[in-house]
Design a protein around this ligand. Structure first.
Ligand SMILES: Cc1cc2nc3c(=O)[nH]c(=O)nc-3n(C[C@H](O)[C@H](O)[C@H](O)COP(=O)(O)OP(=O)(O)OC[C@H]3O[C@@H](n4cnc5c(N)ncnc54)[C@H](O)[C@@H]3O)c2cc1C
Length: 485
C-alpha cells in the first residue's frame, strides 16, 4: 500500500470514506493511519481536547497530564526484539526519537513484608523474583515460556481466559501470583479481581520485559506530532461535537447524527467510545443494557504539586504499586474509595536528559473508587468527600515512601496546587458508562460488530494503555479498511 498524499477533501462536506468517533489515543492513531493512505477521514470528538483519558488540562497556569503515569513498552537497551512501541512509530511514521522518552529510575511492587523492585532491565526483575521467591524459580521460568509462546496481540486470541487461573496452574506461592496481578490489573484490567490472560501477557511484557518511560513535557509529545501529521495529510477534525445516534439499515451504518443535529455519511465508521456506549447510540438499540457489560473498575486520582523535587525527600522511585494485604483486592469498593491499595507515580523520577527536570515536584496517587457512590453525592458533598478521600488515600500511600509519613505531615502545607479526579471525571473525559477506567469486560478483539461497516477500536478491543490503544486503532485501519482496498 503506497503512502498517498492526496487531498482528503470530504466527498461533499458531509460524506467521508471513514468517520472515526473519538479522538482518544485509538481514534487518533487510526485516523492518522487512514489519512496516510489517502482516505478522506473525519475525526469527531465530543470533548474540547484530544487524547481521551490521556489528554491534558491547565490549572494555575500549568499544564497537567490527565492520566499519564508511564508510557509502557519502552524498548530495552540493545534489545533485538522489536517493542510494540517501535512497531507503532513505524506504522505512524513518527520517528521514535521525536517522542523524547526518558526511562524510569526504578519502580516497586510493595506488599506486606515484600518489596519487589524493577527497572527497565528485565534481568533485574528476574533477579528480584528469584531473591524473593527462590522456590518458584523453575515454575516461574515455565510461566515465562508459556507467555512467550502466546501471541497476545493476535486478533483471534480468546479474551476471556483468566490470568489468575493460569498463574495458579503454574505457580505455587499465592503471594507471587498477587504481586504479578497488582500492576497488570491496575494498568489495564476491566474485570474485577482478575485480568484476561491476553491482557496480562501484553501488560507483563509492556511493564516488566520492556519498560516504563515518559517525555519530559508529558503526553503532548505524543499528541502533537500525530495531530500535526494528520492535518498535513488533509485529515479533518471536529471538536466539541459528539455523535448522538448511529442510524443503521440492512446491517450497515447509513448515517450518523451529531449532537448539533447535523447528519454525516460514511463508507466506514470506527467507534472508539466503547462497546456498550456504541451499542447505545445505534438506532436499533434496545433501552436495556446488560449490567455485566458495564465495567465496574473506576478510580480516584490525586495530583499534588509542590516546590521541592521528590528526590530531596529521598523519594527516588518512579511508580509504586502497593497493597496492604497478602491478597490483592481489585474490585469496586463498597465505600467511595478503597485506600488499601493503589498506585503512586512520581513523574519527576524519570531519567530526564542531564540538567532537565520538571520545574516542580509532583505526586500522583490512584486508588479504586465506587462510581455509584460518587455520582450520588450533591455538589457540596462531592467537593468535601474528594478532600476527605484524598487525605485518607495519601495517608496510606505515603507509608510506602521512605519517611513518607513524617514528610507527608508538612507536605500538605507545602502543596501549591492540588487536583483530584473521580469516576465522574472519567465519564466526562471519555463518555465511559460508570466511569469505567478500562471500558467493558466484554471485548471485541477484532473490532467486529453486527454491522458490516462499523468497527470498534481501542480500550474495548482489549488493547490497553496508550501504546495498546494506539496499536488497536492502527490494526482496525489496516485489517478492516486498508486491506480491503
Ligand atoms: C487515570 C488514568 C491513568 C492512565 N495512565 C496510563 C498510563 O500511564 N500509561 C498508559 O499506557 N495508559 C494509561 N491509562 C490507560 C489509557 O489512558 C487508555 O488505555 C487509553 O487512553 C484508551 O484510549 P482509547 O482511545 O481507547 O479510549 P478513550 O481515551 O476513552 O478515548 C475515547 C474518546 O472518545 C470520545 N467520545 C466518546 N463518546 C463520543 C461520542 N459519542 N462522540 C464523539 N466522541 C466521543 C471521548 O471523549 C474520548 O476522547 C490511564 C488511564 C487512566 C484513566
Amino acid at each position: 500500500m503506497p503512502e498517498a498524499r492526496r487531498t482528503s477533501e470530504a466527498l461533499d462536506g458531509h460524506h467521508f470514506e471513514v468517520v472515526v468517533i473519538g479522538a482518544g489515543m485509538a481514534g487518533l492513531a487510526s485516523a492518522l493511519r487512514l489519512a496516510m493512505f489517502g482516505k478522506s477521514v473525519l475525526l469527531l470528538e465530543k470533548h474540547y481536547v484530544v487524547g481521551g483519558l490521556n489528554s491534558f488540562f491547565a490549572r494555575g497556569g500549568r499544564k497537567f497530564d490527565v492520566g499519564l503515569h508511564a508510557v509502557t513498552n519502552f524498548p530495552p537497551n540493545g534489545s533485538a526484539k522489536v517493542s510494540p512501541l517501535i512497531r507503532l512509530c513505524r506504522q505512524l511514521r513518527i520517528p521514535f526519537e521525536e517522542l523524547a522518552l526518558s526511562p524510569q529510575s526504578f519502580s516497586r511492587v510493595a506488599f506486606p513484608d515484600v518489596d519487589l523492585r524493577f527497572d527497565n532491565e528485565f534481568s533485574f526483575f528476574l533477579s528480584e523474583v528469584e531473591r524473593l521467591f527462590p522456590r518458584e524459580q523453575d515454575r516461574f521460568q515455565k510461566l515465562l515460556r508459556t507467555m512467550e509462546a502466546f501471541d497476545a496481540y493476535s486478533p483471534e486470541v480468546a479474551g476471556d481466559v483468566s490470568a489468575r487461573s493460569i498463574l495458579g496452574e503454574h505457580l505455587q506461592e499465592p503471594l507471587l501470583i498477587e504481586i504479578l496481578l497488582c500492576p497488570t490489573c491496575y494498568y489495564g484490567s476491566a474485570v474485577e479481581n482478575d485480568i484476561d490472560f491476553a491482557s496480562f501477557v501484553m501488560l507483563f511484557d509492556a511493564i516488566f520485559r520492556q519498560g516504563l518511560a515518559r517525555p519530559l513535557d508529558g503526553i503532548r509529545r505524543f499528541l502533537d506530532p500525530i495531530l500535526k501529521r494528520y492535518e498535513e495529510l488533509g485529515g479533518k477534525r471536529r471538536m466539541n461535537l459528539g455523535v448522538k445516534r448511529i442510524f443503521t439499515k440492512n446491517d450497515k451504518v447509513e448515517r450518523l447524527e451529531l449532537d448539533n443535529g447535523e447528519s454525516i455519511f460514511a463508507d466506514h465508521v470506527i467507534s472508539t467510545c466503547g462497546v456498550v456506549e456504541t451499542e447505545q447510540m445505534l438506532s436499533s438499540a434496545s433501552a436495556d443494557v446488560k449490567t455485566d457489560d458495564i465495567g465496574r473498575i473506576s478510580i480516584l486520582e490525586s495530583i499534588a504539586v509542590f516546590k521541592e523535587q521528590p528526590a530531596d525527600f529521598g523519594w527516588e522511585e518512579t511508580i509504586v504499586f502497593y497493597n496492604d494485604a497478602d491478597f490483592f483486592r481489585y474490585e469496586r469498593p463498597y465505600e467511595l474509595t478503597d485506600p488499601r491499595s493503589g498506585v503512586i507515580c512520581i513523574p519527576n523520577n524519570y531519567r530526564y536528559p542531564e540538567g532537565e527536570q520538571m520545574p516542580e515536584g509532583q505526586l500522583r496517587v490512584t486508588c479504586l473508587a465506587n462510581y455509584d457512590k460518587w455520582v450520588a453525592l450533591d455538589e457540596n458533598n462531592y467537593r468535601l468527600q474528594k478532600e476527605i478521600c484524598r487525605k485518607a488515600m495519601l495517608d496510606v500511600a505515603l507509608g510506602y515512601l521512605p519517611n513518607g509519613k513524617s514528610i507527608g505531615k508538612d507536605l500538605e502545607e507545602r502543596t501549591e496546587l492540588l487536583d483530584i479526579f473521580s469516576p465522574r471525571t472519567i465519564t466526562k473525559f471519555t463518555g465511559h458508562l460508570d466511569g469505567a477506567l478500562y471500558g467493558s469486560p466484554r471485548k471485541s478483539r477484532d473490532g467486529s460488530t453486527p454491522f458490516g461497516n462499523l468497527y470498534l477500536a481501542g480500550a474495548d478491543q482489549g488493547y490497553v494503555g496508550i501504546v495498546g490503544a494506539m496499536l488497536g486503532g492502527v490494526a482496525i485501519a489496516n485489517n478492516r479498511i486498508l486491506r480491503g482496498d
